[in-house]
Design a binder for this molecule. Structure first.
Ligand code: ADP
Ligand code: MG
Length: 624
C-alpha cells in the first residue's frame, strides 16, 4: 500500500502529517502492549546504543570533530515529569528524522498492526523492536515525545521534533550544540511510576545490563557493561565464570561447571550455560536461561531455543539472528532454531564427555547432582542419548564407579550381556552379599529414577538385560557340580522330594518352591521375585497390593547345599518327626522372607512362637 506524506513549510517550522491506511497506530500500541510498558527503556536504550556504535564506525573512516565517548544518560526530572535519553551517537538531521522516525516507523507500524490482527501473540514485546517500531514504544508511557538532535554531519542544523501521540508532528530548529540525540518523554499520569530513579535503574539492570556502553541514570553509571559471553573462551578464567554467574543469579552457590557457547558460523550464537548445584527437582529451575539479542535482554527464558531438558540449566544466550517476531510454537519448528538447539545439545554432551574423560574425579564428585538431569535428557532426546550413553555411571558392589560398557567388559566372562542391579541396599543386602562372596558385581540403582531409566536402556539396546539381584539367580551362585540328579524308582529326584516336603509343610499352592545347590552354604532359603513384578513394585512405590495378588508372584529357593536342609531330608524319613519338619520348613521360609523385608505382625507372632518351641525342643533333646 502506498504511503502518503504531506509536509507544509511555514518559516522554519515544518508541520507534517502522516497518513497511514490502517488505523491510528498509537491506540493500538497502547492497547496491545499494555502489559509490557517497561520495554520502552529497552527500545530507547538500544537505539541510543546503535547510534553511538554507528558514530564510532564512521569516526574510523572520516574525521569527526568533537567526538565524545559513547555514553547514554537517562535523566529523570520528577517536576517536569520527563525522562530524557541523552546519547552521544551520530544524531539526526531534519531529513533523517522524517525518514527514519516517521516514514519508516509507520511503514513498520502497518505491518505490525497486520501481524497483531493475524495472531494474538503473547510475545508482543518481542515483536515491537523488530518492526522498526522501537521508537514508538515511548508512546506507551508518554503523551508527548520530543527529539532534540544534532547530526555528526558537517554544518548540520540541530533539530527539534515533537509529537503528541497523534499522527501530527512538528519539526523546528534547535540550539543543541553537541552531536547526539536527546529523546524526551513527557510521562503520562498512568505511568508516573517510571519517574523514579530506582525503578529506572532496575530496568537498566534488567534490560541493558550487558550492553557494552556506559548507561547512566542521572549521571551515575548503572550497568555492568561487558557480558562475559562475548569474550573468547580461552581468555576467560574460572573465577570470571563464577563471578558472572553470581551477577546473573545472585543468591545461588557456585555452579558445578559451565559451557561457553561461541559460534559465528553457520549461525550466530553466544552464551554461557551453567549447571547449577541443585538439579534434583526436575522442574523447579525452569526458565533460567536468559535470552539476549545483541546483548539486550529479551526474555527470562530461552525455552523456545533450547531443548526442554536443558531449560533446567542457568545462564544466558545471545542469539542475534533469531526471528523474534513469531510465536514460540512456530520458533520451535523453525529449521534455524532447530539447528541452534542441536548445536547446544551437542555442546552439552561434548562437555560432559570431556569431564568424564579428562577430569574423572570431578565428574564422579558431581555425578549425583547431575545424573537425574542426564538420565532425563537421554530419555527426552535421542541425539543426547547417543552422545552420553557411555558415560553414565553407577556405583558397584565391588567399589567401582562404573559405566555400563565398563561393567559388561569387566564381567563378560561371568555374566554375559547381563547387568545385575540392586535398587534397595538394605532390603537386598543378603542377595548383594551372596553375590559379593562369589565375586559377582552388582550395580546400585535408585528405585524411583532408575526403574524407568533401565527399562529405557533396554528399549534402546536389547542385547543387554537388567536383572534385579533378587529376581534372578545367576548361574554363578549355583554349584554346577551338583546339578545332575539321580531319579529313583518313583521317578523322582531328591530335589523333587525336598520340594514336596516344603509344599506339604507350607500348605500353600501360591508358593513356588525351587531346589538349588547354592555355592553359599550358610543360606538355607531365599525369595526370588520375577523381574517384571520387581519393576512394577519399584514404579508404583506407593501403590499397595490391595489383594490383587500381582505382587505374590515369587519363588522360594531352598538351598540343598545347606546342612540344615540336608538334615531335613533325613528327618523326614520318620513320621514321628513330621511336626518338627513342618516347623523347620516354615522357619526357613520366614527367614528367607525376613532377609528381604520385615514380616507382618501376624507372621512375626508365629515366628516368635515357633522359635520358642524349637528352642525348647533343642534343650529337651540335650537334657535327655
Ligand atoms: P529500529 O531501531 O528497529 O530501526 P526504531 O523505531 O527503534 O526502529 O528506530 C527507527 C530509526 O530511528 C532507527 O533505525 C534510527 O535510524 C533512528 N533513531 C532512533 N533513535 C535514534 C537515536 N537515538 N539516534 C540516532 N538515530 C535514531
Ligand atoms: Mg530500535
Amino acid at each position: 500500500m502506498p504511503k502518503e506524506q504531506t509536509t507544509k513549510k511555514t518559516n522554519d517550522i515544518k508541520k507534517g502529517e502522516i497518513s497511514i491506511h490502517t488505523e491510528n497506530i498509537f491506540p493500538i500500541i497502547k492497547k496491545w502492549l499494555y502489559s509490557d510498558h517497561e520495554i520502552f527503556l529497552r527500545e530507547l536504550a538500544s537505539n541510543a546504543f546503535d547510534a553511538t556504535t554507528k558514530l564510532q564506525k564512521l569516526a574510523a573512516l572520516e574525521d569527526i570533530k568533537d567526538l565524545k565517548e559513547p555514553n547514554i544518560n537517562i535523566i529523570i526530572d520528577e517536576k517536569k515529569k520527563t525522562i530524557t535519553f541523552a546519547d552521544t551517537g551520530l544524531g539526526m538531521d531534519a531529513e533523517e528524522v522524517e525518514k527514519y522516525i516517521t516514514q519508516i516507523a509507520f511503514s513498520g507500524a502497518e505491518e505490525f498492526v497486520q501481524k497483531i490482527k493475524e495472531n494474538d501473540s503473547k510475545d508482543k514485546s518481542e515483536i515491537i523492536g523488530h518492526f522498526g517500531l522501537g521508537f514508538y514504544s515511548s508512546f506507551m508511557v508518554a503523551d508527548l515525545v520530543e527529539i532534540n538532535s544534532k547530526s555528526y554531519k558537517k554544518d548540520a542544523e540541530a533539530i527539534f521534533w515533537s509529537c503528541t501521540g497523534s499522527t501530527d508532528y512538528t519539526i523546528k530548529k534547535s540550539d543543541k550544540k553537541e552531536i547526539g540525540t536527546d529523546i524526551i518523554l513527557h510521562i503520562n499520569d498512568e505511568n508516573k511510576e517510571y519517574l523514579n530513579e530506582t525503578k529506572i535503574k532496575d530496568l537498566v539492570k534488567k534490560y541493558t545490563n550487558f550492553l557494552p556502553i556506559n548507561i547512566q541514570v542521572n549521571g551515575v553509571t548503572a550497568n555492568e557493561k561487558n557480558p562475559l559471553w562475548i569474550k573468547t573462551p580461552k581468555d576467560v578464567k574460572e573465577e570470571d565464570y563464577k563471578e558472572f554467574y553470581q551477577k546473573l543469579f545472585p543468591y545461588n552457590g557456585d555452579p558445578l561447571f559451565w559451557i561457553h557457547l561461541n559460534v559465528d558460523y553457520p549461525f550466530n550464537l553466544q552464551g554461557i550455560l551453567y549447571f547449577p548445584k541443585v538439579m534434583h527437582e526436575l522442574d523447579s529451575n525452569k526458565g533460567q536461561v536468559k535470552l539476549f539479542c545483541k546483548q539486550v535482554f529479551v526474555s527470562d527464558n530461552a525455552n523456545a531455543i533450547i531443548p526442554e531438558f536443558l531449560t533446567l540449566l542457568q545462564g544466558a544466550i545471545d542469539c542475534p539472528d533469531i526471528p523474534l517476531n513469531v510465536s514460540r510454537s512456530y520458533l520451535q519448528n523453525d529449521p534455524y532454531v532447530q539447528k541452534i538447539s542441536k548445536h547446544i545439545i551437542k555442546k552439552v554432551a561434548d562437555k560432559l564427555n570431556d569431564l568424564a574423560k579428562k577430569d574423572k574425579n570431578h565428574f564422579e564428585s558431581i555425578w549425583n547432582d547431575i545424573s537425574p538431569f542426564i538420565k532425563y535428557g537421554m530419555m527426552q532426546n535421542d541425539d543426547f542419548y547417543t552422545k552420553v550413553k557411555d558415560i553414565i555411571i553407577f556405583e558397584s558392589s565391588l567399589g567401582y564407579k562404573t559405566s555400563i560398557p565398563e561393567y559388561l567388559e569387566r564381567n563378560k566372562e561371568k555374566i554375559k550381556d547381563k547387568v545385575i542391579y540392586c535398587s534397595d541396599k538394605d532390603g537386598q543386602a543378603t542377595y548383594v552379599n551372596m553375590c559379593k562372596d562369589q565375586d559377582v558385581e552388582v550395580l546400585f540403582t535408585h528405585a524411583l529414577i532408575d526403574t524407568h531409566f533401565l527399562q529405557f536402556l533396554e528399549s534402546k539396546d536389547s542385547t543387554t538385560k537388567y536383572c534385579s539381584v533378587d529376581s534372578e539367580l545367576s548361574d554363578l551362585l549355583v554349584d554346577e557340580n551338583k546339578k545332575t540328579e539321580v531319579v529313583d524308582q518313583d521317578n523322582k529326584t531328591n530335589n523333587d522330594k525336598l520340594a514336596d516336603i516344603f509344599k506339604k509343610a507350607l500348605n500353600n499352592d501360591k508358593i513356588k518352591v525351587d531346589i538349588k545347590a547354592l555355592k553359599s552354604t550358610t543360606i538355607s532359603g531365599m525369595i526370588l521375585e520375577s523381574e517384571h513384578v520387581k519393576r512394577m513394585k519399584n514404579m508404583s512405590h506407593f501403590m499397595q497390593d490391595k489383594g490383587t495378588g500381582i505382587f505374590d508372584d515369587f519363588t522360594l529357593v531352598v538351598n540343598n547345599n545347606n546342612e540344615l536342609v540336608k538334615d531335613l531330608m533325613a528327618l523326614n524319613t520318620s513320621s514321628e518327626k513330621e511336626p518338627l519338619v513342618t516347623k523347620l520348613c516354615h522357619h526357613i521360609y520366614d527367614l528367607a522372607k525376613m532377609s528381604k523385608q520385615p514380616l507382618t505382625g501376624e507372621e512375626t507372632q508365629s515366628f516368635i512362637n515357633r522359635s520358642n518351641e524349637l528352642m525348647k525342643e533343642l534343650t529337651t533333646a540335650k537334657t535327655k
